[in-house]
Design a protein around this ligand. Sequence first.
Ligand code: NAD
Length: 275
Amino acid sequence: MNRLKNKVVLITGAGRGIGRACALAAAKEGADIVISDVEKNIEDVPYDLSSSLQLEKTETDCRNFGASVLKIFADVTKIEEISAMIQEVMDRFGRIDVLINNAGIGAPAGKATHEHTEKEWKVLINVNLSGPWRMIKMVAPIMINQNCGSIINIASTAGLLGYKHFVGYVASKHGVIGLTKSAALDYALNNVRVNAICPGPVFDDEDVDGSMTKVVADSLGIQLGEQEEIDLQSVAMGTVVSPNDVADAAVWLGSDESLRVTGSSITVDAGYSIK
Ligand SMILES: NC(=O)c1ccc[n+]([C@@H]2O[C@H](COP(=O)([O-])OP(=O)(O)OC[C@H]3O[C@@H](n4cnc5c(N)ncnc54)[C@H](O)[C@@H]3O)[C@@H](O)[C@H]2O)c1
């Protein structure tokens, strides 16, 4: 309890899934919360992104834990929307202690490297890699000025390993690991820490409207049950990760319990990447 008290935590992609789980976990730990999401679909992404109702659900759930919540619709591919969001956060809270770069897309995917169009490649890099970079570009000066902050990039085991027929996703998440390490060096003397979390397969938890396993299954043209079985077979612990497992790691990285941790990529993958 209260491990994030007096901290302002900003979470992108908080409409559902891991982002909502992170928002709820931060709210339970006493933080002031900024939740943001994109509100509309993005061209070339072959599935629905979060609706405004989903972000409102996150807002209500956080408020039920007694948190102060600011909800902002912003697209991480648009620097001007990020800039307006950061201004709004500073007007309301005057600081940003923790940035959770969670917004991401899992597709277009499901084909060999050369079969992708340039638009498909670009949208994955633009959201998954350039999105966190844009957020850091706008938030780092504030954290430097505060002489403290924790930036948490939600990467993936796809940032550490190859996945057949997911080249754009894998390349973008490998990029997030590089972004994490270099930014960690840039801000180490400013007491601003930058770390990545690499979740393995996360199950589609209904409590947070999770749907990424379905996106993966649809991309590969298989049934959801088949993908779930593949995921279960691939994890050493015989159980896949929940969004709350990822949120627990984010709370620790955001809290003062991890003050000497920077530049790390922490796997939360039930042993998926051990071998
Ligand atoms: N679910 C998994 O198995 C898994 C595993 C490893 C890593 N991840 C990563 O975790 C993060 C969250 O994924 P999830 O499983 O909760 O998926 P999700 O689709 O449920 O959540 C992603 C959120 O990001 C938002 N978003 C997408 N593009 C955006 C943009 N341009 N601007 C702002 N918001 C945008 C979506 O609307 C959505 O609310 C992603 O970065 C994903 O790559 C997920």
